[in-house]
Design a protein around this ligand. Structure first.
Ligand code: SAM
Length: 247
């Protein structure tokens, strides 16, 4: 596990053409590293303008492999490779009912929306009201009206739209919260950074009739999940020394 050095804020200088070129280069790089395989996830990453989900003074770094700060107590947009890192093992696909815990910028929800298509569902829950408002504005500006954004404790899930085929928890927690396992379909998968001593291990679970199967993927570094199923540590202002994202 390692920390992150957040680049200094600065006025944006890049053009839409620069961002488009960087986006394509990033996607090619993720493919060549073997992190990105699904054509639908690839198409989504090529389509969603990540720069639209980043505060103005960090926008030039949109395609750098570093988490960037967002409005709110302890929120960041995770670094670009985190999205295929989560969505590939989940097998996120057309038609899935998807729940995200930790909306952050709204970028992950927008990418998921593109992957699941019109026949799927995206629900995303954010605990911090400032972060929630930021994500809501980003998604509106980028034209995503078909994502159900919820302000609340994502550890409790969102039973009104359950069950979900896939769940991504984008903050580190001691274990997958029980309400989320309840709200998962049989055969459904959930992914989360789980705390193990001083490590965070990205862990995939599959809900089966006989119980939950668990696979570990790699060490990562994310902000802590707060709320009923989170850790006891209080939220800290950014940048904490555990600035988050996948390694
Ligand atoms: C790494 S950021 C999420 C990045 C986001 N997926 C994106 O694409 O920008 C983690 C987020 O989880 C939120 N969070 C922490 N505890 C939460 C909880 N119990 N319920 C919902 N959101 C929570 C934080 O406020 C933060 O915005």
């Amino acid at each position: 596990m390692r920390g992150w050095i957040v680049p200094p804020p600065k006025a944006p200088t890049k053009t839409a053409t620069d961002y488009a070129r960087e986006r394509e280069r990033k996607v090619r790089g993720l493919e060549s590293r073997g992190l990105l395989k699904s054509p639908r996830i690839k198409a989504a990453l090529l389509k969603v303008p990540r720069e639209e989900f980043i505060p103005r003074d960090y926008r030039d770094y949109a395609y750098c492999e570093v988490p960037l700060p967002l409005p709110g107590a302890a929120a960041t947009i995770s670094c670009p490779h985190s999205y295929p890192l989560f969505y590939e093992p989940l097998g996120l696909d057309r038609g899935h009912r998807f729940l995200e815990v930790g909306t952050g910028s709204g970028y992950g929800a927008a990418v998921a929306r593109e992957v699941v298509g019109d026949e799927g569902l995206v629900v995303s829950i954010e605990l911090d009201a400032l972060t929630y408002d930021f994500a809501k504005r980003n998604l509106q500006r980028a034209g995503y009206s078909n994502i159900l954004l919820v302000l609340g404790d994502g550890g409790l899930g969102y039973p009104a739209a359950a069950p979900y085929d896939r769940i991504a928890i984008t903050a580190a927690c001691p274990r997958i919260p029980a309400p989320l396992i309840e709200q998962l379909t049989t055969g459904g998968r959930a992914i989360a950074p789980l705390l193990e001593d001083d490590r965070q291990v990205l862990t995939l679970i599959t809900k089966q009739p006989e119980g939950v199967r668990r696979e570990t993927i790699c060490d990562v570094l994310y902000v802590a999940l707060r709320g009923e199923y989170g850790t006891e540590a209080p939220a800290t202002a950014f940048p904490p020394d555990d600035a988050m994202a996948a390694d």
